[in-house]
Write a protein that binds this ligand. Structure first.
Ligand code: DC
Length: 222
C-alpha cells in the first residue's frame, strides 16, 4: 500500500470527521469518512422500504454504487451528502452497521479506496479492521457532555434547536450500541495513540495529529 495511511477512530461526536477533513486539506491528502458510507447505506435502505432488521434485505448493495469523493457522498451518482445527516438516518445507522454483510461490503470498498496515495480515514474500526497496518492510528475521545455540546452547536448552526439532555441521551445510546455490537465493535487498536479532545480546540487537535505523523505540512506559514 504506497502512501501514508492515517487511521482516526473514536465515538460519536469526538470530532473525527471535522478533524480528518482539516488534516486532509492541510496535507493535500485524501479524506474518507466511513461513517458517511454507513449512513448512505442506511438512507438507501430507508428509501427502499426494506425490513431494516433483516440482514438478507441488504442484498440491494450488490447493485448499488456508494462512492465518497472530496467530502461528498453519492449513491448511484446522486449526491446525498445532506440527506445522510437526517434524524431518521442517525437513529437507524447503528442497527444497519451491525450486520456482518453490510460491514463486509463497506470494508472491502474502504480497503480498496485506501490502496493508493496518502489517506486519512475516519470511523470506528479503521485501525483495527480496515487499515491494520496504518502508519499512524489515533483514537479520539472526549467526555459525553462535551461531545453532546459540540453536536448541539452543530445543530444550532443548521437552524435546528435540540435539547442538550436529549443529545446526551442519543450519543450515549449510540456509544453503547457501537461498542457492544458483535461485529467489529468500536475498539481502540492496541497500537493507537489516544487523544482526549475534551479541553482542546479543533486546531490544537489537528496540529497535534500532524505533529504525530511526522510529515511536513503542505500549507505555508503554519
Ligand atoms: O461517524 P458517524 O457518526 O457519522 O457514523 C455513523 C454510524 O456508522 C456510527 O453510529 C457507527 C457506524 N460506523 C461504523 O460502524 N464503522 C465505521 N467505520 C464508521 C461508522
Amino acid at each position: 500500500m504506497p502512501g501514508y495511511k492515517l487511521a482516526i477512530d473514536g465515538p460519536a461526536g469526538s470530532g473525527k470527521s471535522t478533524i480528518s477533513a482539516l488534516i486532509a486539506k492541510r496535507m493535500g491528502w485524501t479524506h474518507i469518512d466511513t461513517g458517511a458510507m454507513y449512513r448512505a447505506v442506511t438512507l438507501q435502505a430507508i428509501e427502499l422500504g426494506i425490513d431494516l432488521n433483516e440482514e438478507s434485505a441488504y442484498r440491494f448493495l450488490e447493485s448499488s454504487k456508494i462512492h465518497y469523493d472530496f467530502d461528498k457522498i453519492y449513491i448511484n451518482d446522486r449526491d446525498v451528502t445532506e440527506a445522510i445527516r437526517s434524524e431518521s438516518v442517525t437513529n437507524h445507522v447503528s442497527l444497519v452497521s451491525s450486520f456482518p454483510y453490510v460491514r463486509k461490503k463497506l470494508v472491502d470498498l474502504q480497503k480498496h479506496a485506501a490502496e493508493y496515495g496518502n489517506i486519512v480515514m475516519d470511523g470506528r474500526d479503521i485501525g483495527t479492521v480496515v487499515l491494520p497496518h496504518a502508519n499512524l492510528k489515533v483514537f479520539l475521545t472526549a467526555n459525553v457532555e462535551e461531545r453532546a455540546k459540540r453536536r448541539y452547536k452543530e445543530n444550532l448552526k443548521k437552524g435546528k434547536v435540540t435539547q442538550i439532555e436529549k443529545v446526551i441521551e442519543d450519543i450515549s445510546t449510540r456509544d453503547q450500541k457501537d461498542s457492544t455490537r458483535k461485529e467489529s465493535p468500536l475498539k481502540m487498536a492496541d497500537d493507537a495513540i489516544i487523544l482526549d479532545t475534551t479541553h482542546l480546540t479543533i486546531d490544537q487537535v489537528v496540529n497535534k495529529i500532524i505533529e504525530l505523523t511526522g510529515q511536513k505540512e503542505k500549507e505555508h506559514g503554519v
